[in-house]
Design a binder for this molecule. Sequence first.
Ligand code: COA
Length: 200
Amino acid sequence: MSTTPEIPDPGLILETPRLVLHRPTRADAPRMAELANDVAIAENLSILPHPYGLDDAHAYIDNTEVSAARINLGVYLAGEADGFIGTASLMPRDGERFVVGYWIGRPFWGKGYATEAVQAVVDLAFGRLGVEAVAATARVTNGSSRRVLEKCGFQFAGSGMGPSLHHRGMVPIDRFRLERSIWMSLKNWAAKPGGAARSA
Ligand SMILES: CC(C)(COP(=O)(O)OP(=O)(O)OC[C@H]1O[C@@H](n2cnc3c(N)ncnc32)[C@H](O)[C@@H]1OP(=O)(O)O)[C@@H](O)C(=O)NCCC(=O)NCCS
């Protein structure tokens, strides 16, 4: 392990070229409820209720955590008041220390924001938190999320079934994994002139 693990401060702020990530506050709840109330988000996450209202947003925000065990961050457009556009998290699951989770509100899809946010939390996991691997899952039908993971360097690690609150049962998923060695290679390539296109 090349870094000293560091427990993040609850006031942790991650900055990327276009985004700021930090713990969400109750002021974000109306916009969170508006953006998350989308079946295309609920059907691709394991436990997002649908319909999604203000009470759901308050419950999520009140239970967010920024600790060595789990990290739940809001994703915001840098420099914009009321710039909340989604969430990104690192959560323990299935014996993995961190599984990355994320959603971005539909009006903001296709602009590279999820990729930028995932790269930021992945950099946090390998950097300050010193983990050896980060895991992810995506429904087999979720081409967009699979593409995000691919752009971040994740590799296919097998198929299985995962829980879906929306479908009230289990759905087919693929598992993905990013090892520290791959992440370090990507960071090194990106640091060289003409290197890989990693923005975080
Ligand atoms: C998945 C999600 C986070 C992507 O957010 P985003 O900000 O649009 O993602 P990005 O712009 O960074 O990248 C999306 C990529 O998927 C590609 N894409 C879009 N639809 C696709 C599809 N049906 N099949 C394959 N690729 C697709 C885009 O072209 C883009 O790739 P590119 O940069 O090579 O062109 C967003 O759609 C979302 O929140 N979906 C619902 C919740 C969810 O699925 N969360 C992840 C759970 S595993």
